[in-house]
Design a protein around this ligand. Structure first.
Ligand code: CA
Length: 229
């Protein structure tokens, strides 16, 4: 199966560089120089990943990432933000907008391809997985069942979606804003502290066999599903 990468980049030289590097790595490449072209490209063929320049004419890459993550059609398409600025605060803003990773210019073709492969590995195999199991905690997406050590756990639909998201995106920290975008969806207005309430409920539901330890608070950053530490 060929993987299609959509590159949204207005600088022709960098677009060319990306195009070449990605084709060499065996990807199908779609190119767009602005958000309008990107929308057209997505409509004609849904990409497997979007490489998105931060500084674009008219609509910024940051704003476009937000829009993509709020749209049910494109929510699950991973985004790697590309930017010239390497400030830590920019990185956080980029990831907050829903981007899955971040590449700073100038980058080597090898680094770019490695980042893309890492994000695809994280995103793809789990998205289609119906049953996930981690150390006795088992989630069956098709029957909406969660068991721990064979015992069925009861939880609300939001807790279920939250756990499903966490198990599909393990070992990564998500801010409350990101969780709202990815789990609740962008169309509802929910306060960030709502996330804390559902995290508490989820932990309580998971505590039967101690699996609540997987839901970890990362101070100043958010939450993470991790089987380590
Ligand atoms: Ca640019």
């Amino acid at each position: 199966m060929t993987v299609t990468i959509l590159c949204v980049e207005d600088e022709a030289a960098i677009q060319q560089l990306m195009d070449l590097a990605l084709r060499r790595a065996g990807f199908d490449v779609a190119l767009a120089a602005d958000v309008t072209q990107a929308r057209a490209a997505i409509a004609s063929r849904r990409p497997d990943l979007i490489l998105l320049d931060w500084m674009l004419p008219q609509v910024s890459g940051l704003e476009f990432a937000r829009q993509l993550k709020q749209d049910g059609e494109t929510r699950d398409v991973p985004i790697i933000m590309v930017t010239a600025c390497g400030e830590e605060s920019d990185k956080i803003r980029g990831l907050d907008s829903g981007a899955d990773d971040y590449v700073t210019k100038p980058f080597s073709p090898r680094e770019l391809v490695a980042r893309i492969n890492a994000v695809l590995r994280r995103a793809a195999p789990h998205a289609a997985e119906e049953v996930m199991e981690v150390q006795g905690l088992r989630l069956d997406a098709s029957s909406h069942r969660i068991t721990a050590g064979g015992d069925e756990l009861n939880m609300g639909p939001t807790e279920f979606r939250l756990l499903h998201f966490f198990m599909s995106h393990a070992e990564r920290v998500y801010s409350r804003g990101q969780l709202l975008d990815r789990v609740w969806g962008g169309d509802v207005y929910v306060e960030e502290r709502t996330v804390d309430v559902h995290i508490r409920r989820l932990r309580k539901a998971l505590s039967l066999h101690g699996h609540d330890r997987f839901i970890q608070t990362v101070r100043g950053a958010g939450y993470r599903f991790s089987t380590q530490g």
